[in-house]
Structures are given as C-alpha cells and as structure tokens.
Design a binder for this molecule. Structure first.
Ligand code: SAH
Ligand code: AVI
Length: 340
C-alpha cells in the first residue's frame, strides 16, 4: 500500500493513437525501399524482457560498462547538478539507475526544506515502468515515482508536467546509448525538445556507446545464444498482433553488422524465401523476394567529437565527459546551450 501511494502513472500519446501512428509508420517504412520498421516497436512486454536478457549477455558490454561508470560517478553528478528530480527517458527496467536514485535520496535527506526526491521514468512500455517502479520503491523508501508512458519521439511535453519551481532542479537522463537508435536528424530533434523543457539550472545526462573495434561491436549484436535475433524478430510479432497480420517471423533471418564509414551497427531482418506479409489494419500486402531486407534498427557509435556535435545541434553544451576503461562507453553531462 505504501509503495502504491508513492507511485503514479500518466499515459500520453498511446492507446488508439498508437495504432494510427503504427499504421502510418509501418506503411511508410515497408512500402518504400530500403524497407524499414521503427525500432520503438520492438518494445512490447516480450521485447522489453528480451532487451533485459540482452543486457546480461556476455557479448553485450554496453550495460556493464555504463553501470560501472554510474556506480563511480552518480554521487558527484547528482551533487553537482543540485537535482531533486530525476527524469529518465527510455527508462526500461532502469537497471543502472539505482546509484543516481541513492544519491538523489541522500541529498534530499541532508537538506532542510527540499522537495521529497522524485523519479520520473518515461517509456513507451507502461508494464515495464510498473515493474521497474515496484523494484525501485522497495530499494528507496523515501522515493516517489511518477511514471510517464508515451513516445519520446512524438511527445516530450509530459516531462514538462514535472515543472520547476514547485519540484526543484531536474536532472534529465537518457542512458543505454538509446540516442544511437535515432538518426542524424531525429537525435538533435529529441535533444532540442528536451532542451526546450530545461531551465538554466537543470542538467542532462547522456549515455553513449563509443566507436571501437569491429570484432566487439559485431559480437554484441550477434550473440551466440540468439537472444538478439529473437529480439529483432519480435518486432514482426508486435506489428502483426497490433495490425492484424499474417506474418511468419521465423521466415526472417537476423542480420547485424558494423558500418565503419557511418559508425553505426545496422540490424536487419532478411526474408528467407519469397513471401507476402499482410497487415490488415494498414491495408498492406508486402511482397518479399528471398534475401530481401528490412532495416529494424541503427545503433550509432560515437566519438567525443560526434557526441559534442550532436549535443550542440540539440541546443545543449557539454560540461563533463566521463569514459569507461578502454573507451568502451561514455557519460556526458550537458546543460542548455543558451546559458552562460
Ligand atoms: N535505459 C535502459 C533501456 C534501454 S532500451 C537501459 O539503458 O538499459 C530502450 C528503451 O527505450 C526501452 O525501454 C524502450 O521501451 C524505450 N523506448 C524506445 N523507443 C521509445 C520511444 N519512442 N518513446 C519512449 N520510449 C521508448
Ligand atoms: C536500446 N538500444 C540502445 C540497444 C542498442 O544497443 O542499440 C538495442 C539493441 N539492439 C540490439 N541489441 C540491443
């Protein structure tokens, strides 16, 4: 009961609206070449659990590298930001968030007349928000959680609900290198939307996977146990279920590779035979030749230079750059650019 009193969930831009958006996205992506499906549709309940399993894979170094960085630097990041509120975009199971929340709760306990510490997870998958909140509320007894279920690429406004000055200073966090799943236009557009919500004293914390040798990158997206392949195929199950489809995901192979020139991993589904994919609600019949691809995800890898460029294009300025040993992963702290 105590935990329920401290948890609230707001939905925006999902529901019937989600189906309309999915019809538009899937129609646009599958009816033009190269064919594609937006990666946000990976994350139904099954997809979120598969991503969580990916985080435990020996080949998927990203989660461990970022968790180690957060374990060492969360305390000074939170202290220097002066935050009372943590807003996490694409929070998922929030596996790496605890050190930030511990620092937030400790800070608020030590300061008189501060607002109680507040965590705002924002994700497209409401069930994942609930599951992660249940765990976090047990671990942090003074925390309040206000979940936001919505699509960050369409609607950042709900994050503005948790507005200063009533709630204090905010730290926005976008972890896991999820920004790498957005292209050169989408990433700055999202950052600009976040910058627009920020006050001069708010801070932004960004987790980024870095350019590294092809062997490690290839292994991370082609794990031996096939979890990434199952995650990739799940996107077909999601669109088929929600748009009333006739699709055989097992008739598509998993294909992921690192493009050194574009500094990004691409993940594709490859049709193993001639087949027609039918999606009734989208009034769509897509004919696939054997060997034909659908791009399901890009996962961009950054350097300090490309990270700073993305932040600048997003209306932000880098204030801190923290890297893991061997340059595996980076945390950036940034502020809104127009401020001194
Ligand atoms: N931050 C976590 C999870 C990363 S997985 C980590 O670092 O491990 C990417 C997360 O972003 C998923 O939980 C997914 O549901 C969410 N997500 C993807 N696209 C989204 C969108 N357009 N709007 C809101 N959430 C999205
Ligand atoms: C969520 N995102 C940052 C992951 C990534 O690495 O691009 C999704 C993922 N795709 C395959 N494995 C993990």
């Amino acid at each position: 009961v105590q935990a329920e009193l401290r948890f609230q969930l707001t939905r925006s831009g999902l529901g019937p609206d989600r189906k309309t958006t999915m019809v538009r996205d899937v129609r646009a992506g599958l009816s033009t070449r190269p064919r594609s499906i937006p990666p946000k549709y990976f994350y139904d309940d099954v997809g979120s659990r598969l991503f969580d399993a990916i985080c435990d894979l020996p080949e998927y170094y990203l989660t461990r590298a970022e968790a180690a960085l957060l374990a060492s630097h969360a305390e000074p990041i939170v202290a220097q930001s002066g935050a009372d509120v943590l807003i996490e975009i694409g929070s998922g199971m929030a596996r790496k968030t605890s050190p930030l929340l511990t620092a937030l709760c400790r800070r608020s306990a030590g300061l008189a007349r501060r607002p109680p510490p507040l965590y705002v997870p924002f994700d497209i998958d409401a069930d994942t928000i609930r599951r992660s909140a249940t765990i976090l509320l047990k671990a942090h007894p003074t925390l309040r959680v206000h979940g936001l279920a919505g699509d960050f690429s369409r609607d950042c406004k709900p994050m503005g609900l948790v507005a200063p000055p009533s709630v204090g200073t905010r730290l926005f966090a976008f972890l896991g290198s999820t920004i790498g799943n957005l292209d050169e236009d989408e990433a700055p557009a999202l950052l600009r939307a976040i910058a627009h919500l920020m006050t001069p004293s708010d801070r932004f914390l960004l987790g980024l996977d870095l350019v590294k040798d092809v062997r490690h990158l290839h292994a991370a997206y082609n794990d031996a146990s096939g979890v990434t392949a199952a995650f990739n195929r799940n996107v077909l199950r999601v669109v088929a279920r929600e748009l009333g489809g006739d699709v055989d995901p097992d008739a598509f192979g998993h294909y992921a590779f690192y493009d050194e020139r574009l500094q990004r991993v691409e993940m594709h589904l490859v049709s193993e035979r001639r087949q027609t994919l039918t999606l009734t609600a989208a009034d769509l019949h897509v004919d696939f030749d054997a060997g034909e691809h659908v791009l399901t995800e890009i996962s961009r890898k950054f350097t300090r230079e490309s990270a700073e460029r993305t932040l600048v294009e997003g209306g932000m300025a880098l204030t801190d750059w923290l890297t893991a040993p061997h340059g595996a992963f980076a945390l950036c702290v940034a502020r809104r650019a127009s401020d001194p």
